[in-house]
Design a protein around this ligand. Sequence first.
Ligand code: 26Q
Length: 819
Amino acid sequence: RGATVPEPRQNDPDTLARQILEKLTYSICKHPEQARKYDWLRATTLVVRDRIIDHWFASANKTRDTGDKRVYYLSMEFLIGRLLRDAINNLQLTGPIQEALKRYNVDVELVEMLEPDAALGNGGLGRLAACFMESMASTGVPGIGYGIRYVHGFFRQEIAEGAQVELPETWLMHGNPWEFERRDSTYEIGFGGKVVTQSEPGKPPRQVWRPTERVLAVAFDTPIVGWRGEQVNTLRLWSAQAIDPILLDAFNSGDHIGALVESNKAEAITRVLYPADSHQAGQELRLRQEYFFSAASLQDIIRRHVQEHGTLDTLADKVAIQLNDTHPAVSVAELMRLLVDVHGYEWDRAWQITRATFGYTNHTLLPEALEHWPVNLFERLLPRQMQIIYQINAGIIREASQDKGFDDTQIAAISLIDEGHGRRVRMGQLAFVGSHAINGVSALHTELMKQTVFRNLHELYPERIQNKTNGVTPRRWLMECNPGLTKLLTEAIGPAFLDDIEKLKDADKLADDAGFREKFAAVKRANKMRLADLISDRLAITLNPDAIFDIQVKRIHEYKRQFLNIIEAIALYNQIRAHPERDWTPRVKIFAGKAAPSYVQAKEIIHLANDVARLINGDPAVRDLLKVVFVPNYNVSLAEIIMPAADLSEQISTAGLEASGTGNMKFALNGALTIGTLDGANVEMLEHLGEENIFIFGLKADEVAQRRRNAHSGRSIIERTPLLREALDAISSGVFAPDNPARYHNLVSNLYNNDWWMICADFDAYWKTQRQLDVLFLDQTAWHSKGVHNTARIGWFSSDRSIREYAKDIWQAGPGQNA
Ligand code: 26Q
């Protein structure tokens, strides 16, 4: 094959500059004099892309030739962000590209910033999938991501008079140079219709699904380059297309609109990402999306496997499929259908192959977020898959009652059908029983899975649940977003940490080195200035770069308790006004995050943050001592500017509710200290960082559960906590919302009557810990020393480590795993 591959490309600035000019001229048709920044982005991307393609072919060929096991990561969401800087960094082209563009007087950073974010995800789950794709490529795991090519990604957020406004996102507007349409990987996906039994003489009868509706799934491939460019994996996203773009009969008979109805309906499947991450809406379109991409991916996997191995007997030896939450869980039923109905496997053998192939990762315990579909909707859309689910269920129930002696209550708990709420298919149970390994995303979360949602299934299959604590990729979340710190670390401990991030440990001793600490502080200050400039440009708010940058950025949710943070800001504001003579540590409270459009309380919290910001920032009495900022439209690219600029990271969810969190890891990697609850991965961060380097407060998960059982309410706490009472009184009084003084009545009365999220219960501990941090910040030596310890000790929370654990314990794939 060697002869057919072009010469490897040179990476010196001269060559790069020449090729960029060539792309600008012949691919974009622009003269350098007329070229806009956007044209330079495109030209640069194409030059970088050429270099990726060589490695992409090589990676694909290698896996095919060696017959190594492949990992398929099925996810409704991939929250990628921008790709150019990631690709340049991983190909080691940062210097040369910068140099090449400088010859045309073009600043590479300004060019990179024009790339739209690929925002094909809501938050943590989607961003984890993106980190995992990068880490699979970086650790040499042949991994293919399967997802949906949404035309409109996660909505753009604007703030109008303090309230969130959702606007459509249009990332594909200028085309997408990273994707390759693959018309030769197109599959038909069916919906609806009926199941018929086919009998041929001498053969057992077969079930055949006859769908009434068919759409095409067309593949679009994006290369994912690993660190040092060696391995390039594929992210394959499916786009829906009508089989007949127009119904000519209808069109010719004058029904011009009717002729397009079908194609619109087909293409609607991949039109938009659902922007809710905590509520299952139960909408038909969502189920269509889930089945559409699951069915397309399985056909693709099976075609490739049969092409290479000639039989599906070996599927589980050569293929691992990971289900990113329950969103692709219908895959379990679909693979059974393909094996039994299409490929003629006997049921038990098919079930064995299926279970050996799938793994399932759970990301939430919130009951309102667990997917369960009405049986009648399921039956109408996917009649054969529904039958298969009943049959799987019968087998599991038989096993539970015969082998394990489960009683009726236990059976009801493990059943794939929830009989209590108008008959629903429980996708969590389906994913569980169809997988050989089920994992949670932090040690605490995995324990709670065993005790709560999957208690009975865990009893039935005690070996199946394991923990895989999340991680983040250090390339994007240190090297690319914080070049200043990366350079400083490289000078201080050498470059070994670039290939093995746990070597950051070598910097641990530098916490006591005054010279290093000063440089560390200078990098932090420069990053804070950069964020302050952004905030000044976008919001016309001037920040004091010597204040504590206290930052909470994440989806807006009651359980994440942005409300607690805002209440603390108000209490602090009241105290500064009451005691102006005290030695207050200046603080900037920064918030960012999006609320699901239908989540009323979350939107009220955004509104409150903005209302409070307006009042406090406009009060000359506090001046530089306290500022509150809500930065609109939080996304991956904004996170890349925010993470390096934080002094203090807020990870304050009600204990037991945040499955893991990953922002917590990004902040710590960039040297911020954490104030947080014993929740999700914070628990393990405490173990790695040491208790003197992280600030833990509040109720623990079992205490929260206990209080909830005992009908805890906030009233008595509020009555005996003046700081809290005064802050809540201020909110209720309407001072923050003069245009609508009643705006926050509900938010506050919920605290008095219920305090479900333990905001009152945790307020005092939170306040005290914040004041402790105030004092610590005045001792910059102590503060930065802890900051250095955070960066040095957080390396374990790399997604490389997570991926190696999945590869070894769940997939049996990747380096060292292929016998
Ligand atoms: C389900 C049904 C219908 C519509 C939408 C959904 C849906 C979509 C997205 C449900 C949940 C999500 C996203 C969940 C999520 O992001 N969970 C986060 O996952 C992170 C990675 O494991 C964890 O770090 C976070 O703790 C967890 O909240």
